[in-house]
Unconditional design. Structure first.
Length: 369
């Protein structure tokens, strides 16, 4: 004999069958309906009660979801999460909690931004090879740097400021692959001269704090700003000449292999999400001031989950206990302003960092102590 439950679970619409059950019970008796439909009197009474209270709609299935969720995020918390997410639209739950300081769990933040439709479809993720162990075994902090250039005028949130305030079009970036420490500067044009000024600035800064430039490796791609026109017959670019004069080591990545520079590319993604896409600027001075603030925050305070939640300064301090705290403080500059001095001095601008650094040292001391 087929029971009521076995019949009902296969039905898409159960209302008609339950109506006949209730009709039989009301016309005869509950026990008769229970025998006829192979179920219990309790089930018959349940559907009779619901039918008499709510009519035909009372025979629909009711949701089994709880009426009250004891740990549900409050409306105030949801509003705070929504406002913060709208301010930083590219930040996920982890960064909203750690960087924006939201006092809620990552799960609560994720559920809230998902419910209000602020989750964007992610691009298909291609897992990278985990090279952390290999890097630690082969290099020390501040020993190998990846160099790259980021174009800024293709960032939609930043573009209006770029046009109205005539802000720089390019960011030159150098990132240490072990600590994650990063130096940035800006330029209106990306060519071998501005690239040379930037690398001279970085090398001079590291030498100023006692880093032996002959032990440093600079890894870069095959962009024209680094190697010049591929059709040139001979000669070194200003960028290459500066590295040569410092006795540092060149390392060019293979053609069409951007993953070789994954550390500096990761920084480009982070600074776009955490700086260019969410900051506003009133003038060029404020832009460079905020760029300095982000650089100091990134190097001295921002934890990196990929590096045991340590910031770059903590990693370097753990390795070199006596190193000067200002070693990671390089003020972002407009590289174009130093073009004439750079060319006249035959590809060296050695006032870095003596003049510029005096101002920066005071700022860094106030921020770190």
């Amino acid at each position: 004999m087929v029971t009521y439950y076995e019949i009902i679970k296969e039905m898409k619409s159960k209302i008609n069958y339950r109506y006949h059950l209730v009709k039989t019970a009301l016309d005869t008796s509950v026990s008769n309906a229970a025998r006829t439909f192979s179920t219990t009197p309790k089930t018959v009474r349940k559907w009779c009660t619901r039918y008499l209270e709510n009519g035909i709609r009372g025979l629909e299935d009711k949701s089994r979801a709880p009426h009250f969720v004891h740990n549900k995020t409050s409306e105030l918390a949801q509003s705070i999460i929504q406002i913060t997410r709208e301010k930083y639209p590219q930040w996920g739950p982890k960064r909203l909690k750690s960087l924006a300081g939201l006092p809620y769990g990552e799960t609560a933040i994720y559920n809230t931004i998902k419910r209000i439709g602020l989750i964007k479809n992610k691009k298909k993720y291609q897992k990278k090879r985990d090279m952390r162990a290999w890097k630690k075994n082969n290099f020390k902090p501040l020993e190998k740097w990846q160099i790259d250039v980021k174009q800024l005028d293709d960032i939609s949130e930043f573009f209006p400021y770029f046009k109205i305030l005539s802000l720089p079009k390019y960011e030159f970036t150098a990132r240490d692959i072990i600590s994650g420490a990063t130096f940035i500067s800006f330029a209106h044009s990306a060519n071998t001269t501005t690239a040379g000024i930037f690398i001279d600035y970085v090398i001079s800064h590291l030498q100023y704090y006692g880093i032996n430039s002959s032990s440093i490796r600079f890894q870069y791609d095959n962009g024209s700003e680094f190697i010049g026109n591929v059709r040139k017959k001979s000669g070194r670019t200003p960028f290459e000449s500066v590295i040569d004069s410092a006795n540092s080591i060149h390392e060019r990545i293979p053609v069409a292999s951007p993953t070789f520079n994954s550390d500096v590319e990761t920084f480009h993604r982070l600074i776009e999400q955490e700086f260019y896409s969410c900051e506003s600027f009133d003038n060029q001075v404020q832009f460079f001031a905020k760029a300095l603030s982000y650089s100091l925050f990134f190097n001295y305070f921002r934890p990196n989950s990929y590096k045991d939640n340590l910031c770059p300064w903590q990693i370097i301090k753990n390795k070199f206990s006596n190193i000067d705290k200002n070693v990671l403080h390089l003020i972002p500059i407009l590289l174009d302003d130093f073009t004439d001095n750079f060319i006249l001095s035959r590809y060296h601008v050695r006032q870095f960092p003596s003049d510029i650094q005096k101002l920066g040292n005071c700022l860094t001391t106030l921020l770190i102590i």
